[in-house]
Design a protein around this ligand. Sequence first.
Ligand code: COS
Length: 385
Amino acid sequence: MNYFLTEEQEAFRQLAYEFAQGKIAPVAAEYDVKAEFPWPIVKEMARMDFFRLWIPEEYEGLGGGITEMCLVTEEMSRACGGIALALAGTALGTFPILISGNDEQKKKYLPALASGEALAAFCLTEPEAGSDAGAIQTTARLEGDHYILNGTKHFITNGGVAKYYTVIASTDPKKGSRGASAFIVEEGTEGLTFGKKEDKMGIRASATCEVVFQDCKIPKENLLAKEGHGFMVAMKTLDKSRPGVASQALGIAQGAFDHAVRYARERKQFGQSISSFQAIQHMLADMSTQIEAARALIYATAKMIDNSSTDYGKESAICKVFAGDTAMKVTTDAIQIFGGYGYMKDYPIEKYMRDAKITQIYEGTNQIQRNVIAAKVIRESAMHK
Ligand code: COS
């Protein structure tokens, strides 16, 4: 399908495709087994300016938007959903600064993020605050010119490898989500430590760990937006980042599909290629249809966000639900086409299914996305009555 991307967007997609197939695909299995963060690849991504894509030009970025982030995330995830996350997780951690940082904060933090010299991590989730993001218990107390942070964030993507942490903490616990505020915490700040590194089912090349604040003292200039605006910053961040998760899911689905079509052509049973059987053909047709539908949704939503729409929470959620569910379905069917071989770790296909699962869970489970979609649909209907 032709999405009429600009010449520049096509060039970035092509560059990301070549990089992913040339540098990521050959080592994806190795990083998955070792569950190691891919520093050499991340450094190359930085040299090739991938981290600059979604940062405005005035802060040393390339001035692209969500479309560019989605294209590159998709192509990299097609090779490895875990390695791609070093990039996509940094975009997520950067969005609170882009959305609500003042000029000084942007000048201080964005150039290092654009060059890839610094990675970012978004710290919202806590052991007792997953889907219920308003229930965070991490606190930030103002004392003179500093905020003192206490609490534990967990399942943090890029935890321990990022230089900048955008953190949602409560400045007024009595007010619930209206008492939440957003902060930037730099690596090396006293009182910031990293806990348990998670041993995950999939996306194993991605660093995931606990981020712990114990009397962590940060300058009060590190407050993003205003006190009490943290929940809104978090929600707006997720509205922007969910098409990125959808792109990760899309890339994983596309990667599994690429392998499945190739295998179906090569594998012979009953004296012929299994791609000549209608049972396999129909599976391939359904997989291809679902992938293209996910792509169309994601690109349309990314375009909508980049063209300054202000309310795109529903569309972002729709992308994530559809692409996440598609990734799970397509990767499961890809294994089915591989048959017994697909179940074995000697073949690349089972990793795609393990990597796909997280896209239905993080940045808001697909059940929460359905809540967001339903709430908006019902509100819209009430307005038009
Ligand atoms: N943009 C801006 N503001 C938003 C918003 C959005 N997308 N969504 C909600 N808000 C505002 C609301 O307008 C409300 O403002 P007021 O207090 O001024 O009325 C406030 O935020 C609270 O909204 P709401 O009552 O809808 O919050 P809930 O506690 O019911 O939670 C859900 C809403 C479930 C949607 C939210 O908690 C959520 O997204 N959970 C999933 C979190 C998640 O994705 N976690 C994974 C993080 S991994 S990085």
